[in-house]
Ligand binder design. Sequence first.
Ligand code: SF4
Length: 469
Amino acid sequence: MFLSVFDVFKIGVGPSSSHTMGPMSAANRFLDLLLSNEWPRPSSNVHVASIKVSLHGSLAHTGIGHGTGRAVVLGLMGERPDSVDPDHMDGIIDEVERSGRITPPGHPGYQFQPKTDLIFDKKVPLPGHANGMSFSAFDKDERLLVKRIYYSVGGGFVVTDTELEQMRADKKKPAAAGSRVPFPFASAKQMLEMSERSGLSIAQMKRANEETHMSAEELDAGLDRIWSAMSSCIDRGLKVDGIMPGGLKVRRRARAIHDKLQEEWRSNRINPLLANDWLSVYAMAVNEENAAGGRVVTAPTNGAAGVIPATIRYYQHFHEDWDQDGIRNYLLTAAAVGGIIKHNASISGAEVGCQGEVGSAAAMAAAGLAAVMGATPEQIENAAEIALEHHLGMTCDPIAGLVQVPCIERNALGAVKAVTAASLAIKGDGQHFVPLDACIETMRQTGYDMSEKYKETSTGGLAVNVVEC
Ligand code: SF4
């Protein structure tokens, strides 16, 4: 099994990796398909004239709050999650609504009126996954020419229905089958065994795997780019005030809290909650940016994007011996744990609830932080397990389908738990009661047993018990 660190951490836009970035990428893939020879044309005179899209399952239920429709329109205009300019998104969407056409670069232009050609189908889920999408292209006489089903499986990953089946079949194969990396660990147990045999740390093994696909310089530059995007997101979030979009009228709080913390810091006043407060404000800054549709890094999802940046900034703030290599090792270790969770369970709130999003982010952050604090591989595995164990069962019930309440504060608490988990693990010897693999399997089973109401549909929990004003 190999999942690159750059698949786990992707630069994109808010508010959701599965409901915003995934659908935008699916639209990109459909455009690429239209230009390809991968579908049979009835004759050379037949051309695509119009496109229709339907969204299903969780994408239909919470898609409006998560900006899914906007993301599809932007994707059909050729915009990509890592390069779309958040300041220009509204203008692009207004233009499509005004003209009733999409005009992606390199394409002839197609009819597409978002109000009628983009359907939020809450009645019929698609069979493969809770986040299903169907894209169809028609000729000028409205005859169907080509149709594709895509699934957004969490963290911005998008697969077709056939790729989804292949992915599920691959999970059943032995870890090393077909792998071209030196350390093809697919579980925490294998990761620890390979580490012991090789004498390498988790970050060193992950680095060796990555370097089969790119040079050491490219890897370091990519890791630095990821941290730079995370760090800029914190800084932007700490500067902006006001109400977040979507209609809930939730006010941004990170800037005001940050101002108070800075005042305290300057006056040397003793604050027994100092580290917690800074962790929380960094995480909230990222998630407020995410909620506003700004530039963020999926880590491993957008809804959970604040936990990892907050704990890295905490490492810079409170650990005098931090350095750039430490941040790279943190990201590599966190990605190793995130890959194991994704492979054996899920990082998708629509599949397993918030335990799969903020719980996974906290496990990854605890592992990364433990690594840079000098933990052994066993202590790192212990740190990830503690953090994940204490998110088990956590539901996903965002109010009004917006990634705001409970998501923003939840990231703050996820970051605090991650630091506590790393600290507890480092005080032990790595021996512990619940293996990380057992905890991941528990998360998977709990998620699959969970009612759909609590899996990013906003039909249960806080989403129905809090009156919107
Ligand atoms: S509640 Fe958790 S899983 Fe659900 S949208 Fe918010 S952060 Fe994501």
